[in-house]
Design a protein around this ligand. Structure first.
Ligand code: ZN
Ligand code: FE
Length: 255
């Protein structure tokens, strides 16, 4: 039986996610921005929380962990403490570790840059990537704790995943990301297609997530820092990809 994934809004623009294994009835919350919407989503489905998989230490990703753990006695997986301590973690996971949600397997990729501790979870069997604040649709996270080469390297790890994997990211930032990306690649046909789709979805008050990784590779300018046309558009012809990525990120910060 295939896993079931549910997505819902938390806080202002965070996504909450549940992944459920019908065979074992295990259910994981990917991050826990706040407890109430996670509990509501669980009750709507009649699921019981067995696991929380944390991506990084920011409050908008761990704010609900203590309350959920208290209520359900679930197991909590999180990254190793690198820059800040994450409370209530039972199991620390790093690059290459595989964590179980019932019969589902999640491969851990270390994707530092946004924070030093940031990890992403790849469910190969479900073709699902939970990338939190490393990779957004048509964008990427701000580089708060790492540096640009580190973040670029993390994006390359995610870009290496197959095109038919779905991206589930931490925030609904797609519309603003599209606006910025179009300022760099106004003639990118895939980006323009995505822009139309995003305008439609947002007008209907629907999430722009999930999205296919293959589409992101063609339309997300932050995954395209090694495209000569992107460097040229920034007047950085011949510059190395990490430097082009850094310039993109700085321009986005100011946009
Ligand atoms: Zn964050
Ligand atoms: Fe966040």
């Amino acid at each position: 039986m295939a896993a079931e994934i549910r997505l819902f809004t938390c806080l202002t623009d965070n996504f909450g996610y549940l992944i459920h294994d019908p065979a074992t009835k295990a259910t994981a919350s990917i991050d826990a921005p706040e407890a109430a919407p996670v509990i509501k989503a669980l009750e709507r489905e009649g699921w019981t929380l067995t696991d929380i998989l944390i991506t990084h230490h920011h409050g908008d990703h761990v704010g609900g962990v203590a309350e959920l753990k208290q209520k359900y006695g679930c197991g909590v997986v999180g990254p190793h403490d690198k820059s800040a301590k994450i409370a209530d973690v039972d199991l620390r996971a790093g690059q290459g570790d595989v964590v179980k949600v019932g019969g589902l397997l999640a491969r851990v990729l270390e994707t530092p840059g946004h924070t030093l501790d940031h990890i992403s979870y790849v469910f190969d069997g479900e073709k699902a990537l939970f990338a939190a604040d490393t990779l957004f649709s048509i964008g990427c996270g701000r580089v708060f704790e790492g540096n640009y080469p580190m973040m670029w390297n993390s994006l390359l790890k995610l870009r290496a995943l197959p095109d038919d994997f779905k991206l589930y990211c931490g925030h609904e930032y797609t519309a603003a990301n599209v606006k910025f990306a179009l300022s760099v690649e106004p003639d990118n046909a895939d980006l323009r297609t995505r822009a139309e789709q995003v305008t439609r979805l947002r007008a209907e008050n629907k999430p722009t997530i999930p999205t296919l990784l293959g589409e992101e590779k063609k339309a997300n300018v932050f995954l395209r820092a090694d495209e000569p046309s992107v460097a040229a558009s920034l007047r950085m012809k011949g510059a190395d990809a990490a430097a082009v990525f850094g310039e993109l990120r700085e321009r986005k910060n100011k946009s």
